[in-house]
Design a binder for this molecule. Structure first.
Ligand SMILES: [Zn+2]
Length: 230
């Protein structure tokens, strides 16, 4: 079945039938959204503390200058956060991504106000196949809470990078180095951008995108992801 058709059918099913918790699969009760209260309580939230922020920021030390890194959940292989990310991407749940984007927004203290939110783009082919871009859905959730516009057409993805799993850390960096281009560099002059991705592991892809944005004069970049491995 074509992926886009599967996406439409999934969306219709979701609209008709009550949803289950995306982690334990129990029926949700009134007031619960996407994740039941019990599973929500057990999620490994990243604390909004200075030490957690320092650990997140240190992922980019010596690589690219990032103002601040925000993340909602601690991702570890096999934990429930991996289930959530898998559900968003492969069971096509943009509304779950948007919901978590709203929770992530609550972590973001706007002491340094942002001018715009940029979701990390997927390659157009990949986005067509998946039916949506998960970073875009997260960005929309954040935008709704923080009242900051989402800028969709600033960055384009030139290539769909090949699987990174076979590469060393250095090769991965080389591999993702020039996969993004920034359009209208002038419009980003002196702007503070909140760059969005779903998960931060090596940081190589988002680093590459941030590097391109930072070529605009006076531009600053912060990062927000649903999950990070710290
Ligand atoms: Zn549950």
């Amino acid at each position: 079945m074509a992926t886009s058709l599967k996406f439409i059918i999934q969306s219709v099913i979701q609209a008709i039938y009550p949803e289950n918790c995306c982690i334990c699969e129990n029926d949700l009760i009134r007031g619960e959204s996407f994740i039941c209260y019990s599973c929500s309580y057990d999620l490994p939230y990243i604390k909004n503390s200075e030490s957690d922020h320092n650990r997140l920021n240190s992922l980019f030390t010596g690589r690219v200058e990032i103002e601040r890194v925000y993340a909602l959940l601690n991702y570890q292989k096999g934990n429930q956060v991996q289930t959530i990310l898998h559900t968003i991407k492969y069971k096509m749940r943009p509304r779950l991504a948007e919901h978590l984007g709203k929770l992530l927004a609550q972590q973001i203290t706007v002491e340094s106000s942002f001018d715009g939110i940029i979701p990390l783009p997927l390659h157009p082919k990949k986005e067509r196949a998946r039916g949506f871009n998960q970073s875009q859905a997260i960005a929309e959730g954040i935008s709704e809470i923080l009242n900051i516009p989402v800028w969709n057409n600033c960055v384009i993805r030139n290539t769909s990078n090949v699987s990174q799993t076979k590469f060393s850390k250095y090769d991965r960096y080389e591999n993702v180095r020039s996969i993004f281009s920034v359009k209208q560099n002038d419009s980003l002059k002196n702007k503070h951008i909140l760059l969005i991705d779903d998960v931060l592991t090596t940081g190589a892809t988002i680093e590459s995108c941030a590097g391109e944005l930072l070529k605009s004069e006076g531009c600053k970049v912060s990062i927000a992801t649903l999950a990070a491995r710290i």
